[in-house]
Design a protein around this ligand. Structure first.
Ligand SMILES: Nc1ncnc2c1ncn2[C@@H]1O[C@H](COP(=O)(O)OP(=O)(O)OP(=O)(O)O)[C@@H](O)[C@H]1O
Length: 681
């Protein structure tokens, strides 16, 4: 969880604009042809852009329906528990979906964990209440909900108000400029509205339950965490984690030690997160269980430079600073190096991760023209955050937050330090001792022993662990009242501290080291959202044999393609099957995932089928000494010797050669009419 506020980024076409400055218009499509990804999304093996089709005229809804239909039909993902009617917000990944997800995660590990030397951890999903109390989730991880007063159906209050305003702005031809301004204003401040304000607007506009038209209750906060109890007694409360980050924070001390007590370092975790979303919608984009990949980069708050910033500083991509959003300007291409040096991005480490996230997403196949980095507006940021940027990807639902990149300062480690009594600090050893004036807390062991006997040590440690503000408050209270109530977490209760038990004074001291709570820079990746956007960016249609027949293609780059290659014996003949098996063996030895399709279906049908699951190359065995290799996107074919074919495929899949390079080296094969793709019934 980036921040303990829920923002409505799934209807992001609204929030980042400056609605007060100009009337709301539905978000225009980037181009009228969302179904034909721009060339940046072209797979490495493609020589030519796939032929555009009638899809150019497709509406967003029709495009989304074509993508979703293909994804579900080809078992990329399906609603979970479908035979029992399904459960909103829960999805299963089928074989090609699992393979794409595994490839995305492998690429993430390679790009971040391995390339940056991060410390990967794997913590439980079931989390005791105390951890999420400290992090603030128990008290604040809420959305405002309204209920249908008759059926009890639940809705997100802000979504209903947003949908109402959006609908009016888009469809009401008679809307006065004053009313348009009013609805735009509401959309701009939606995240700031209290329960009372939301309720008042819902009543004023006569908003009712969308499904039944029944009246709605007043909005009230609903905590999004799934509660459970740990152990059979039911006495130990727990929750399914809503993010993976807390597992890293609570392990900070050990990880710091593991890293040789050195900063900066980053820990990473991939795992399931659970959020009991009030009204999940938009397929994989808002679900109740999803995979998060999170990085917590711990850094000295006084030095947020990054040694490798130079590696990314020249990257230029779409950025949307908050000033531009508030002035009604659109996102512009900025060099990340300039954005940091001019202070638009708070610091180098944050800028470094923005650059690395850009490289990661575009190498997966996300279209760089439909990717932007949007800075949080002041009303979206928690008070402790230094700066936050979301990587947003445009798809048929609008601009979607897929990665949150935040400088969370020292908030998380301090919160767990305070609650657990464990010091979560780092230190910097000085070359020469320095004289500093410091607040020194000196507990009196004798007085504490007399007062607390066996508990003396715990009270003493809690006093020593006090932060500066708490210690100054205690000093003031002891001076005015002579005693103060003090919470000792390890005892689980308050104790009375008297003036004689502790002295708190400013003293000049020689210090050999500086102790501090590190800042945390957190890139947090919603893997399902990235995968869904990737599906849309890679999907296109091309004409089939007849004019109105459209064939679906997922033009995945080799890196993410679920299967890299297929092997087809042209006809069902033993001699071809023997060759197909020989090639399969060589592909296995080369580590290339593949399938052999011996169904004997027409070759056109088999091509169409593998295009639909995004297989980049197809080998057709039509001879015992040489075979043809077909590129999915250009449909070009070459002829290659049987013994060579596995290494040719590997070369293209590993990115050592492009399909264009390969085409120069091998004779072209002219496809016959029988090889035209024909969709399966
Ligand atoms: N319900 C969800 N379903 C799928 N992915 C999600 C969901 N909630 C969050 N994510 C993903 O997890 C990432 C990190 O979570 P974070 O807490 O920052 O999201 P958030 O700001 O609460 O998201 P939102 O405002 O969309 O609910 C997000 O960038 C997003 O990609």
């Amino acid at each position: 969880m980036l921040l303990l506020r829920r923002v409505s980024s799934l209807l992001p076409s609204l929030s980042p604009l400056a609605p007060l400055a100009k009337p709301f218009l539905p978000l225009p499509l980037r181009s009228p042809t969302p179904s034909i990804p721009a060339s940046t999304a072209r797979p490495l093996v493609s020589m030519a852009a796939p032929a555009a089709s009638g899809a150019a005229a497709m509406s967003r809804d029709a495009f989304r329906a074509a993508v979703t239909n293909t994804l579900e039909r080809r078992l990329f993902f399906v609603p979970s528990f479908k035979i029992y009617g399904g459960v909103a917000g829960l999805y299963d990944y089928g074989p090609p979906g699992c393979a794409v997800k595994a490839n995305v995660l492998a690429s993430w590990r390679q790009h971040f964990v391995l390339a940056e030397g991060m410390l990967e951890v794997d913590c439980p999903c079931v989390t005791p209440e105390v951890v999420l109390k400290a992090s603030g989730h128990v008290d604040k991880f809420t959305d405002l909900m309204v209920k249908d007063e008759k059926t009890g159906n639940c809705y997100r209050a802000d979504h209903l108000l947003k949908d109402f305003c959006k609908d009016k702005l888009e469809k009401d031809q008679t809307l006065s400029p004053e009313k348009a301004e009013e609805y735009n204003r509401i959309l701009a401040i939606l995240d700031d509205l209290s329960a009372e304000q939301l309720g008042a607007k819902i009543r004023e506009y006569g908003i009712v339950a969308p499904d039944t038209k029944n009246p709605l209750s007043d909005p009230y906060p609903f905590n999004l965490m799934f509660q459970t109890s740990i152990g059979p007694s039911g006495l130990s409360a727990g929750y399914m984690r809503p993010e993976t980050a807390q597992g890293i924070f609570v392990n900070f001390k050990d990880l710091y030690y593991y890293n040789g007590n050195k900063l900066p370092f980053a820990a990473a975790q991939i795992g399931q997160a659970f959020r009991n979303e009030i009204s999940p919608r938009q397929g994989l984009l808002r679900v109740r269980e999803f995979t998060l990949a999170e990085i917590e980069h711990f850094v000295d708050p006084e030095d947020k430079s990054h040694p490798k910033f130079g590696d990314v500083s020249d990257l230029e991509f779409l950025m949307f600073p908050r000033e531009d959003q508030m002035a009604g300007r659109s996102a512009t291409r900025l060099k990340i190096g300039n954005a940091v040096s001019e202070g638009t991005v708070n610091n180098e480490t944050l800028g470094y991760f923005i650059g690395r996230v850009y490289l990661f997403l575009t190498q997966l196949g996300i279209d760089k023209d439909r990717l932007r980095f949007r800075q949080h507006l002041p009303n979206e940021m928690a008070h402790y955050a230094a700066d936050c940027w979301d990587a947003e990807i445009e798809c048929s639902y609008g601009w979607i937050e897929c990665v949150g990149i935040a400088d969370r300062s020292a908030y998380d480690l301090r919160a767990h330090s305070d609650k657990s009594g464990e010091k979560l600090e780092a230190h910097e050893k000085f070359a020469e001792p320095r004289e500093v004036e410091k607040l020194v807390i000196t507990p009196s062991k004798k007085e504490l022993g007399l007062a607390f006997k066996g508990n003396q040590r715990m009270v003493l440690e809690a006093l020593e662990a006090m932060g500066e503000t708490e210690a100054l408050d205690m000093k003031a209270a002891l001076e005015s009242k002579g005693e103060v109530e003090f919470k000792v977490c390890t005892l689980g209760k308050d104790v009375t501290i008297k003036k004689s038990m502790v002295s708190i004074n400013n003293e000049k001291k020689k210090e050999h080291q500086r102790k501090f709570t590190p800042s945390v820079i957190e890139p947090s990746f919603g893997i399902g959202r990235i995968i869904y956007c990737l599906f849309e960016h890679c999907f296109y249609q091309r004409p089939g044999k007849t004019e109105d027949e459209q064939l679906n293609v997922f033009g995945f780059p080799p890196l993410v393609a679920p299967i890299k290659c297929t092997v087809f014996p042209l006809v069902k003949l033993e001699k071809f099957e023997v060759v197909a098996k020989k090639i399969s063996k060589a592909l296995t030895a080369a580590g290339i995932s593949h399938i052999i399709d011996m169904t004997g279906n027409t070759i056109g049908k088999r091509y169409a089928r593998t295009d639909e699951i995004g297989v980049p190359l197809a080998i057709t065995v039509d001879n015992t000494t040489s075979v043809t290799v077909r590129d999915r996107d250009s449909k070009d074919q070459i002829r290659v010797e049987v013994d060579e074919v596995a290494s040719v495929v590997k070369e293209v899949m590993d990115g050592q050669s492009t399909w264009a390079d390969i085409m120069w080296r091998y004779p072209a094969h002219t496809a016959s009419a029988a090889e035209d793709e024909e969709p399966e019934p």
